[in-house]
Design a protein around this ligand. Structure first.
Ligand SMILES: NC(=O)C1=CN([C@@H]2O[C@H](COP(=O)(O)OP(=O)(O)OC[C@H]3O[C@@H](n4cnc5c(N)ncnc54)[C@H](O)[C@@H]3O)[C@@H](O)[C@H]2O)C=CC1
Ligand SMILES: O=C(O)C1=N[C@H](C(=O)O)C[C@H](O)C1
Length: 253
């Protein structure tokens, strides 16, 4: 079965990567690409005006809209998809709690699949973290993420997901974002460090140290292609599901 997708944020780094990845797949057809800077072509696909999204969804009837934009657009497009009966897959980060509430509202009408990171390696890292944290009870934990110099939100969405995983594994811990001056470490705090440099696609390290040993669990994305492939796997998986909230881990089961 071929799944038809629309791509929102089509002229952005991830939007372009998604369209490029779709061009190599037989199971996905890009029926629509939108951006707030229309007129360009990405991999031969014409990019149309995102302001026309409601009408475009009605006319092109994609099965799924894949969104990599910004928080405001993500919330707006989720509601537009809910109205149009189109499944919504998003990897947009930097959403507030209210933003996630809005996505959950859309999930009452259509399938919504959200992931702060669509790489399989991060899914495996999350499993490793959930196992390591209780096994190394009392060890200090520090989390470091490194991204390209154009990333807007910090810490990354993936870092926030990993922090939630750590909280689930050992109870809620205070988060300390960087340290400066007199800053003695509290026993349970998690130091969170966000680095921005060059064109690094995305790196995350969870460091556990204590008892004269340290364990570093690290993931490095070599290109945006890994995120794009995962998002398209998610789109293919969610296309014919019932309305509801879905997680990327379900796609990998
Ligand atoms: N979940 C995952 O696996 C991944 C998530 N991301 C996230 O995806 C998002 C996009 O990342 P990039 O492609 O690097 O950013 P980008 O800045 O290159 O592209 C974003 C695109 O969205 C559009 N956009 C932003 N706000 C908009 C608005 N209010 N209305 C209409 N269009 C709007 C921009 O014009 C641009 O075309 C970020 O939140 C990033 O953190 C990025 C990589 C992987
Ligand atoms: O903005 C990015 O580039 C990335 N954003 C996501 C995040 O915030 O975790 C995922 C990935 O690390 C790349």
């Amino acid at each position: 079965m071929t799944v038809t997708v629309g791509v929102a944020g089509a002229t952005g780094r991830m939007g372009e990567a998604v369209i490029a990845a779709a061009a190599d797949r037989d199971d996905i057809n890009v029926a629509l690409a939108v951006s707030r800077s229309p007129g360009a072509h990405v991999e031969g696909v014409e990019v149309e005006d995102a302001a026309d999204l409601p009408g475009l969804l009605e006319r092109r009837t994609p099965d799924v809209l894949v969104d990599f934009t910004g928080p405001a657009a993500c919330i707006e497009y989720a509601a537009t998809c809910a109205d149009a009966g189109v499944a919504f897959v998003s990897g947009t980060t930097g959403l507030s709690e209210g933003g996630f509430d809005a996505l959950h509202e859309a999930a009452a009408d259509v399938p919504v699949l959200y992931a702060s990171n669509f790489s399989r390696g991060i899914a495996a890292l999350r499993r490793a973290v959930r196992e390591a944290v209780p096994a190394l009870d009392g060890y200090d934990i520090e989390l470091t993420e490194t991204h390209h110099n154009a990333k807007r939100d910090a810490p990354s969405g993936t870092a926030l997901t990993l922090l939630d995983d750590i909280d689930d594994a050992r109870g809620e811990s205070p988060r300390v974002h960087g340290r400066e001056g007199e800053a003695p470490r509290d026993e349970r705090e998690i130091g969170v460090h966000a680095r921005r440099a060059g064109d690094i696609a995305g790196e995350h390290e969870v460091l556990l140290a204590g008892n004269h040993e340290s364990l570093s669990l690290t993931h490095r994305a070599g290109s945006r292609g890994v995120f794009a492939a995962g998002a398209l796997d998610a789109a293919a998986w969610v296309a014919d599901r019932d309305a509801g909230w879905y997680d990327f881990t379900e796609v990998l089961e």
